[in-house]
Design a protein around this ligand. Structure first.
Ligand code: BES
Ligand code: MN
Ligand code: MN
Length: 460
C-alpha cells in the first residue's frame, strides 16, 4: 500500500530532502554554477534509485534540465511533472536565524509539527521532491496508475529562458495529458485550495543620467538636475491618487472579473486584521474599489523592487550623483501581453523624462498570466485527491505570483497545468527564514498518489 510505504519511510524522505536542500543551487549567481549542477546530479541519482527510466541531464546554454520517465502502459494517461531545483539567492544572510543551506526543523505557531528552515525548502525543492517520493511510494507498492514524465529545470528563478527552447525542441519526448506542478500554495493547513490563476510579469530596469559625472552638491546643487530627485518624481507619477497605474493603455487588455466570480472568490477565508498584524502595518493600500485579495491576484500592479544611486556609505558625503537606477516589476493579469506592456512602459517612461536627463530602459525576463479551468478531468482529480487527504473540498484561488512556463506549456505542448501546491504564504519564500511545514511536505506526498489514481480513473 502506498500510504503504508510513505509512513514507513518518512524519516528517510526527510533526510534525503535535507541532502538536496544543502546544495546551494542559486541560479542567479554564477558563483554557484557548480552547485546548481550538483543539485541536478542529486536528482539524477535519486530518480535512478526510485526506479525511473531514461534518466537524463540535458545541458543548456544555462543550467541543465533533468528528465526522467516511467512508461508503464501506453493506454494509460501520462502526467508530466514539472518543478525547479534552483533557488533564490539567500541574501541578506544576516537576517537568517539559521544557515540558509543548513536545514533545521523548528516548531512555529503555524507549524506546530515543525518546519524545515532553509532556502528552497518550500520554493521549490521541498515541493518538487514530494513528487519523487510520491512516485517512489506508488511504484514500490505496485500502485502507479499513470505514466509519468519528470522535467526539472534549474533556471525558474531567472526566467526559464532555456526551458522554453528545450520544450519547443522536445515536443515528442514531452507528450503527455496534463502537467502537474507543486510550486504554489494553499490557504492554510486546514483550508486546502488549488491555484487556478497566475499573474504575468514585465520586469524592467531604468537608468536616469543627469550630468556626466558626480558633482559637489553645494557647488552645483540647485542649478543642475539631480537624477535621484528626477527618478523619484517620475516613479511617483506612475500611480494615480486612486491607486491605478498612470501609463496610457496599461489597462486596455485587462479582462474585468465578473461580479459573480468576485463574490465567489470572496468566500475564501481571509482576516484583514490578522493580515495587517502579521505585517505590522496599520492599514493596507492599493487600487480603489478592490479588496486586498483582489488587489493581489486579479489586478495588475507596478512596484519598485530596488532603487539606488548616489552615496549610501557611512556618514554623509555631499554629492549630486550623475546617475540613478531602479528595478520595476509589473504584475499582469491574463490577456495582458508582457511584451506589449514593457513597450508601453518604455515609451511612457521616456516621454515623461524632463529634457535635463537621459533615460535608459532595459527589459528583463517576463511572462504571461494564466487562468486554469475548474471543470476538466485533471482539476477534478486534484480536487478529489485533496478532499480525500484534507477531508475538505479545496477552494479554487487565483494567486498573484508568476510561473511563466505554465502558459508556455499550453502554447507549445497544448497541455493544461494543475497547480497542486502545498506551501503557505507565511512560509516566506524568497525571504530570509524560508521554511516548509513537515505537515505540508507529507500531505503533499500523500495527496499526489490520489491525484494519479483519480486521474487514471477519470481518463479511462
Ligand atoms: N513558485 C514561485 C511563484 C509562486 C509562488 C506562484 C507562490 C504562486 C504562489 C516562483 O518560483 C517564482 O518565484 N516566480 C517568480 C517569477 C519568475 C519569473 C522569477 C515570481 O513570481 O516573482
Ligand atoms: Mn517556485
Ligand atoms: Mn520563486
Amino acid at each position: 500500500m502506498t500510504q503504508e510505504y510513505i509512513n514507513k519511510n518518512k524519516n528517510r524522505f526527510l533526510n534525503e530532502l535535507f541532502e538536496f536542500i544543502k546544495i546551494p543551487s542559486v541560479s542567479a549567481d554564477i558563483k554557484f554554477k557548480d552547485d546548481v549542477l550538483k543539485a541536478a546530479n542529486f536528482l539524477e541519482n535519486n530518480l535512478i534509485k526510485i526506479g525511473a527510466d531514461n534518466v537524463q541531464i540535458f545541458p543548456t546554454d544555462g543550467h541543465p534540465i533533468v528528465y526522467a520517465e516511467k512508461i508503464i502502459d501506453y493506454n494509460l494517461p501520462t502526467v508530466l511533472v514539472y518543478g525547479h531545483y534552483d533557488v533564490q539567492p539567500a541574501d541578506p544572510y544576516e537576517l537568517w536565524d539559521s544557515d540558509p543551506f543548513g536545514p533545521v526543523v523548528k516548531k512555529t505557531k503555524i507549524h506546530p509539527e515543525g518546519a524545515v528552515f532553509a532556502r528552497g525548502a518550500c520554493d521549490d525543492k521541498g515541493q518538487m521532491f514530494m513528487h519523487l517520493k510520491a512516485f517512489e511510494a506508488m511504484y514500490n507498492s505496485d500502485e502507479l496508475f499513470c505514466n509519468v514524465k519528470f522535467m526539472f529545470e534549474g533556471e525558474e528563478e531567472v526566467g526559464s529562458s532555456n526551458l522554453e527552447k528545450f520544450v519547443r525542441s522536445n515536443v515528442e519526448l514531452l507528450k503527455a495529458d496534463v502537467v502537474l506542478v507543486s510550486d504554489t500554495g494553499i490557504i492554510n493547513n486546514t483550508t486546502p485550495s488549488i491555484c487556478v490563476g497566475l499573474r504575468g510579469l514585465s520586469y524592467v530596469e531604468v537608468e536616469v543620467t543627469g550630468p556626466n559625472r558626480d558633482l559637489h552638491s553645494g557647488l552645483y546643487g540647485g542649478a543642475v538636475a539631480n537624477p535621484i530627485n528626477v527618478l523619484s518624481k517620475m516613479i511617483a507619477s506612475l500611480h494615480n491618487e486612486n491607486g491605478t497605474i498612470n501609463i496610457p493603455d496599461f489597462y486596455k487588455d485587462v479582462v474585468e472579473v465578473s461580479n459573480l466570480d468576485r463574490k465567489e472568490m470572496a468566500k475564501a477565508p481571509f482576516n484583514l486584521s490578522e493580515y495587517m498584524l502579521d505585517l505590522s502595518i496599520d492599514n493596507v493600500h492599493g487600487e480603489d474599489g478592490f479588496t486586498t485579495n483582489e488587489r493581489n491576484s486579479i489586478r495588475p500592479t507596478l512596484d519598485v523592487n530596488g532603487i539606488w544611486g548616489g552615496y549610501i556609505g557611512q556618514g554623509a558625503k555631499t554629492v549630486l550623483p550623475s546617475k540613478s537606477h531602479a528595478k520595476i516589476s509589473m504584475r499582469l493579469v491574463p490577456n495582458q501581453n508582457s511584451k506589449k506592456i514593457t513597450e508601453l512602459f518604455e515609451n511612457h517612461f521616456k516621454k515623461i523624462a524632463p529634457e535635463y536627463v537621459k533615460v535608459k530602459v532595459t527589459p528583463h525576463h517576463g511572462g504571461e498570466g494564466v487562468v486554469i479551468p475548474t471543470d476538466f478531468p485533471a482539476y477534478l482529480a486534484a480536487k478529489n485527491a485533496m478532499e480525500t487527504t484534507f477531508g475538505k473540498t479545496p477552494i479554487p484561488v487565483r494567486s498573484g505570483g508568476s510561473i511563466p512556463i505554465v502558459p508556455m506549456f499550453e502554447e507549445v505542448l497544448g497541455l493544461k497545468t494543475i497547480l497542486l501546491g502545498f506551501g503557505l504564504d507565511s512560509d516566506v519564500i524568497h525571504s530570509p527564514n524560508e521554511h516548509f511545514g513537515l505537515f505540508n511536505f507529507f500531505k503533499g506526498i500523500e495527496t499526489i498518489p490520489h491525484f494519479y489514481k483519480n486521474y487514471a480513473n477519470l481518463m479511462l
